[in-house]
Ligand binder design. Structure first.
Ligand SMILES: *Cc1c(COP(=O)(O)O)cnc(C)c1O
Length: 528
């Protein structure tokens, strides 16, 4: 089989295999690895896609990933088999739920940590293991992860007690939900390290990126025989497994006779680092019939502005929202899209991103601007609308969404309004909405939304909280457990088992670092 070649967005003379991109994570000069030519991507025919409908998820993953990775078939079979089995709490792995046709929820959160990051991070350890063998690397690996909440937990679950791996996760102290914090603080495994950081997600991400290129750290790592890797969504091994579920959803729509093979669909994604929506773009380039990609942001709406104006401008306030996994101003994977849309122009990409570093902004040319606007519709949803959407959809359709999914749903409605005058017609183009987290992961915000009146909508939650002063603030397990119980009582929807059980586990990690303490924390791990 021909191997797909990969290059760097900032140096297109580079040519590497998928295995090399997975081991390296990021290219030396700071670019991201991408397929060298979109035209070389493996294509799935409509017959291939139809055939997926009859297959279990791990075989769907095999079919989609095969041409992307260049692994031996038995190596890849072993990876997908281990990744997509009983560790997911639903047989289909990525379940598609018809909310009110033409809108379908692609539930990507039935994995061990209840967020969509499991879809990639359950398979990444396998992909990394095979890749290391392929490039002849046997050193111990330290994986560094900056997280806005969900990646950290999913990476910890994926890599816990994996031979030859050590993993350290850094999250913004006040930038994640209580449930997310508890999930990470109670993480099991002998090779895991978890730190809160005084700063926001971008601070964590920048500090971790700086550690990767720090000479003192490099010397120490060399001495200890350790090399670094990343589990962030800049790693191609994180991105490519996400392409699978868009094909899977489309096949399910055919299987359920909701569409005919070949019909176009919209794909609507709540977006932070631009990884999940970029995977949908790659799916499209691999033969998935897509009419429009819908990019949904929260109050940190830098992508909405960029897609609508061509100007990416970080000189703006950072907001902490109820959808914290999208509280991001530097949307890393956008660089990959820009590379492709500019016609593989690494010079342009370098210019744009050096301007971003120096001035906090860049503007793309007319050519790229017009390609983006025909490909993507972008919109955003504020805090109030997020809350209103959760409540309205629950009472109208009996469907409970988390805060991130609600952002996507609201932006889909805006798109629909623009295209169809807000008539919800069953005959319109079907839309797949990426549902990215179980609502219990953001239980407090979801509960507050359901209780919202007009003003002071958090009151019901607050008064319930003060009833039980004893285990407030300091004792998070009580707080998290209580918000889950209250949400369960209100909705009758089950708490996922791992989230329910976490409240009984011992807290193992409580360390809080200053932003500039990340380097020392890494040095400490390197010298046990
Ligand atoms: C990570 C995450 C997102 C954003 O995904 P990107 O790939 O970073 O765009 C959205 N929702 C949830 C729940 C997430 O964990």
């Amino acid at each position: 089989m021909n191997h797909l070649n990969y290059t760097s967005t900032r140096n297109s003379s580079i040519s590497v295999t998928a295995a090399e991109t997975i081991v390296k994570g990021i290219s030396e000069e700071g670019g991201l690895f991408v397929p060298s030519n979109l035209g070389d991507l493996p294509k799935l025919t409509m017959d291939d896609i139809k055939a997926l409908a009859e297959k279990p998820y791990h075989e769907r993953a095999f079919d989609v990933l095969r041409g992307l990775l260049g692994f031996d078939d038995n190596e890849l079979r072993s990876c997908v088999g281990k990744a997509y089995g009983f560790n997911f709490r639903t047989l289909g792995v990525a379940r598609l739920v018809n909310l009110n046709s033409p809108c379908y929820m692609l539930e990507l959160w039935h994995g061990p940590t209840s967020a969509f990051k499991d879809m990639a991070l359950q398979i990444l350890p396998g992909l990394l293991g095979v890749s290391m063998k392929k490039v002849g690397k046997t050193r111990k690996t330290l994986i560094l992860v900056a997280t806005s909440g969900d990646t950290g937990k999913a990476a910890l679950e994926g890599f816990k007690d994996v031979d030859g791996i050590e993993i350290a996760v850094f999250y913004p102290e006040n930038g994640v939900s209580d449930a997310q914090k508890m999930q990470m603080a109670t993480q099991e495994g002998e090779n895991v390290h978890v730190f809160a950081v005084k700063g926001n997600f971008d601070d964590c991400q920048n500090a971790v990126k700086a550690v990767f290129t720090n000479t003192e750290v490099a010397a120490k790592a060399e001495q200890s025989g350790v090399s670094f890797s990343s589990a962030n969504s800049i790693n191609w091994g994180r991105l490519c497994p996400q392409i699978v579920y868009y094909f899977s959803a489309y096949a399910d729509l055919i299987g359920k006779k909701e569409i005919r093979a070949g019909d176009k669909v919209n794909i609507c994604v709540p977006t932070g680092n631009f990884g999940n929506i970029l995977a949908a773009y790659y799916a499209m380039e691999m033969g998935l019939p897509v009419e429009k990609l819908i990019c949904a942001s929260n109050t940190n709406n830098i992508l909405t502005d960029f897609i609508n104006t061509g100007v990416y401008d970080c000189n703006r306030e950072f907001h902490t929202t109820v959808s914290p996994s999208m509280d991001i101003l530097i949307s890393s994977n956008l660089e990959r899209l820009l590379y492709h849309l500019s016609g593989n122009n690494d010079n342009l990409v370098r210019d744009w991103f050096s301007s971003l570093r120096q001035n906090g902004k860049f503007e793309v040319d007319e050519n790229v601007k017009s390609k983006i606007s025909s490909l993507i519709y972008a919109g955003w949803c504020d805090e109030r609308e997020t809350s209103d959407t959760i409540k309205a959809v629950f009472y109208e359709h009996g469907y409970l969404m988390d805060t991130h999914t609600a952002v996507a749903y609201k932006v889909w409605r805006d798109y629909n309004k623009e295209v169809n005058g807000d008539k919800i017609t069953k005959t319109g183009t079907k839309t797949i909405i990426a549902s990215t987290a179980n609502p219990y992961k953001f239980g407090e915000a979801v509960y507050s939304a359901l209780c919202a009146e007009s003003v002071g909508y958090r009151d019901e939650y607050r008064s319930a909280e003060t009833e039980n002063e004893g285990d407030a603030a300091e004792n998070k397990p009580g707080g998290v457990a209580r918000s889950m119980i209250m949400l369960a009582e209100k909705t009758g929807i089950c708490v996922p088992k791992p989230l329910a059980l976490m409240n009984q586990k011992p807290v193992r990690f409580t360390e809080v670092l200053e932003k500039d303490g990340i380097k020392d924390a890494v040095l400490k791990i390197l010298s046990p």
